[in-house]
Design a protein around this ligand. Structure first.
Ligand code: NAP
Length: 699
């Protein structure tokens, strides 16, 4: 914590309930589900999986290494991320000398991004790789390779090696991210034994990354749940965003559940298809498929005070409305799912097809067409290079340019040589993921934090200015020889005030392409044949793509939520959504939000890390209710207010809060209602378990 007082300085996670303190990895053994095709779960209905928690989902194939030839092994070691490889080999071989302090990485992100090979000079990298190769050759044929359990001592050494000892402050978070012990967040209680004879049902709204996780945790505790999903398939944002070029823009291994790690990602920034398949597969493996009501939108939630609980009104794909009773409700609807299409004058008159990136018209061919793309955010950045080959002409309408983060290998697939280690060498994929997670724990947070003493027309601190200059240099190099583009592409706001976007050269190449025109004049209106801009010029267009983002600040819209005393959530929020820990609001007992207000991350961490904390906290809150014979839990107005004062103080100290530039991080009032301003460790510790002093338990 930097400043401000925590609303609930959480205690330690209650590890006394953990039977397992042993440092044991799960070496995946189960067979990975095969019966999945894109977006469709084809597993048998009614097939019930035993509670998972002691089982992994993605098997390794350690036999692959035994069969590899010498040159193949050498290629694999050359392709590997050297530090995770040294850790994996030390754990497997017991050879601590591989964790030589001279090889220790520097995982801090500099202005130019991650340091290649953890900042080691080339000579040391060569030495480390040679040592790794020798070790790998000596142990790859061991029959016990896939089952060796590393000692706690070696694990500590490997952690010290990777983090320089800094992990001790974030120890429990680190262990969860390493998956030691396996699935440590799985509830260690079951409804049947905690509250014998008591029925308790939970509704989960949304079957994306958060909803699937939540339903899994509820199932692990033996709590019946129903998952309502408005779409015809699971996947949430990865289902919705089927536009050409859609892929992750955060490192993929870190963007996966800590307890269901996948060594087979096709890329470090995989395509939408691979991610959708991951979540779809796990929904089936977790058994969540049994609890799904697909194509069913939740319309209204009403709290019942006399017999505490919720009545949920839903409408299915056939338009039939139904009411259901639940003891608790978890909203997992996300922040970025209701497309925002600006109300440009004359928009309805446009004669050609037009659509939003999240509602891609696959039935419309762009071949030979003059296409307009409005927006230059994350979606436009991916879609423009992807459709360039198809269109006749492309006009990109830009209001503010984004900052580009140099990411040369953004589109690159994971090589066969690297895959051999990820899939064949036990521990390597875990440590590869951990290395990404650890680098993101700080991420670029320090570089976008406001220094109140610093004075500069754009940047918010000396570090922010150093980052800005590095990114300006990248822009100048990317558009060398095109001063017009350099001028239009250097943002006039500080790095971090809006989302920074991955650049491997595809966007600059697109803007320089003769088929593309960049339009920076304001859009005045839309005509039947195109778009009219500020000085009256009209761009003639055959098709129009709105890459204009989402109604992120309108949390839970269009659902209506009515709590205690008829309190209507959206009236009460009055256009300024707030929550306690992003999770709950006073007067709405047993109603929890995942990825709610102020729980978005933009310069550090992965949203999955937050989702795991949120699901864990909700399970702890339900445990508090059930173990005390209560019916519901409600955050106090005081705790809620205190928490939001902290959020506002801290967001004002981040580039996105200090800058006046428009972004989806802010609501219409200009308040940052989306972003989390503190560290990942802060959120992890605050969500270890509910601080009961901040709550009322209702009988
Ligand atoms: P966005 O970042 O909100 O970008 C919207 C774009 O539309 C901006 O360039 C905005 O201009 C422009 N715009 C909006 N209203 C306009 C108007 N009236 N006139 C002209 N231009 C207008 O939306 P997004 O690109 O869909 O991305 C949203 C978020 O989704 C991202 O930040 C990211 O978190 C997530 N996302 C992730 C991925 C991924 O992981 N691969 C991909 C896509 C999106 P201004 O900049 O001037 O406001």
């Amino acid at each position: 914590m930097r400043s401000g007082s925590l609303p609930s300085q959480s205690g330690q996670r209650d590890r006394s309930r953990d039977p397992a303190n042993s440092l044991v990895y799960s070496i995946p053994t189960a067979n990975f589900g095969r019966s999945i095709r894109a977006g469709v779960v084809t597993g048998k209905q009614g097939e019930r999986e035993a509670p998972v928690g002691d089982r992994a989902f993605f098997p390794l194939e350690s036999g692959l290494l035994a069969e590899a030839t010498g040159p193949v092994l050498r290629e694999a070691v050359a392709a590997a991320e050297i530090h995770p490889l040294l850790c994996a080999l030390a754990l497997l071989s017991g050879d601590e000398s591989l964790l030589d302090p001279r090889f220790r990485p520097d995982t801090r992100l500099g202005p130019s991004g991650p340091k290649p090979c953890g900042g080691l000079p080339p000579g040391l990298v060569d030495e480390a790789r040679q040592r790794a190769l020798t070790c790998l050759e000596s142990l790859r044929r061991r029959p016990d390779l896939g089952t060796r359990v590393p000692s706690p001592h070696l694990l500590e050494r490997a952690l010290d090696f990777t983090t320089g000892g800094a992990h001790h402050a974030a120890r429990r978070m680190v262990m969860r991210e390493l998956d030691v012990p396996h699935d440590g967040d799985a509830p260690r209680w079951r409804l049947g034994s905690l509250a014998p004879g008591r029925g308790f049902r939970v509704a989960v709204i949304g079957a994306g990354m958060s909803g699937i996780l939540m339903a899994h945790r509820l199932r692990q505790a033996g709590i019946a749940c129903v998952v309502f999903e408005k779409n015809p398939a699971v996947g949430g944002t990865w289902h919705d965003n089927a536009y050409p070029g859609c892929r992750l823009d955060t490192p993929n291994f870190a963007y996966s559940y800590s307890f269901a790690q996948n060594p087979r990602w096709p890329s470090e920034f995989s395509s939408r298809q691979a991610i959708l398949e991951y979540f779809t597969t796990l929904a089936r493996r977790f058994g969540v498929i049994e609890d799904l009501r697909l194509g069913t939108e939740v319309l209204r939630l009403e709290y019942r005070e006399r017999e505490p609980g919720w009545t949920l009104h839903a409408r299915d794909a056939a338009g039939r409305e139904s009411a259901h009773e639940f003891d608790a409700v978890v909203s997992a609807v996300g922040q970025l799912n209701r497309p925002s299409i600006p109300a440009f004058p004359g928009a309805a008159s446009f004669a050609g097809p037009s659509w939003h990136t999240a509602r891609w018209r696959h039935d419309v061919s762009l071949a030979g067409k003059r296409v307009g793309v409005i927006g230059t955010g994350a979606s436009a950045y991916q879609v423009v290079p992807a459709i360039l080959g198809e269109v006749r002409e492309l006009v990109v309408f830009q209001r503010n340019p984004p900052w580009m983060l140099p990411t040369p290998r953004y589109y690159e697939p994971i090589s066969a040589a690297h895959r051999l280690l990820l899939v064949g060498l036990p521990h390597y994929a875990n440590w590869h993921r951990f290395y990404q997670v650890w680098a993101s724990v700080k991420g670029r947070w320090d570089l976008v934090r406001v220094d109140p003493q610093y004075r500069h027309p754009v940047s918010v601190s000396a570090a922010n200015e150093e980052l800005r200059q590095a990114l300006v240099r990248h822009i100048e190099a990317s558009y060398a020889g095109r001063p017009d583009l350099v001028a239009s592409q250097v943002p006039d706001y500080p790095p971090g005030a809006k989302r920074m976007l991955r650049d491997n050269g595809a966007w600059p190449a697109a803007l320089k392409d003769p088929k593309v025109r960049l339009e920076t004049r304001a859009i005045q209106g839309i005509t039947p044949s195109g778009i009219r801009v500020a000085d009256g010029a009209v761009h003639e267009l055959d098709a129009l793509v709105y890459a204009t983002g989402f109604h992120a600040a309108d949390f839970l819209v269009p659902m209506q939520v009515q709590g205690v005393g008829g309190r209507r959530l959206h009236d009460w929020w009055d256009g300024d959504a707030r929550a306690y820990l992003g999770l709950c609001m006073p007067g709405f007992p047993n109603f929890f939000c995942m990825y709610g207000p102020n729980s978005n991350l933009s310069v550090h961490g992965s949203l999955i890390l937050f989702a795991e904390s949120q699901a864990h906290w909700i399970m702890e809150a339900l445990h508090a209710v059930l173990s005390r014979g209560a019916r519901a839990i409600d955050v106090t107005e005081e705790a809620f207010a205190r928490f939001n004062v902290l959020m506002d103080e801290q967001n004002a100290l981040m580039a996105w809060g200090a800058s006046g530039v428009s972004s989806w991080y802010k609501n219409a009032r200009g308040r940052v209602s989306q972003n989390w301003p503190l560290s990942l460790e802060d959120y992890f510790s605050m969500t270890e378990r509910p601080q009961l002093a901040d709550f009322r338990l209702l009988g």
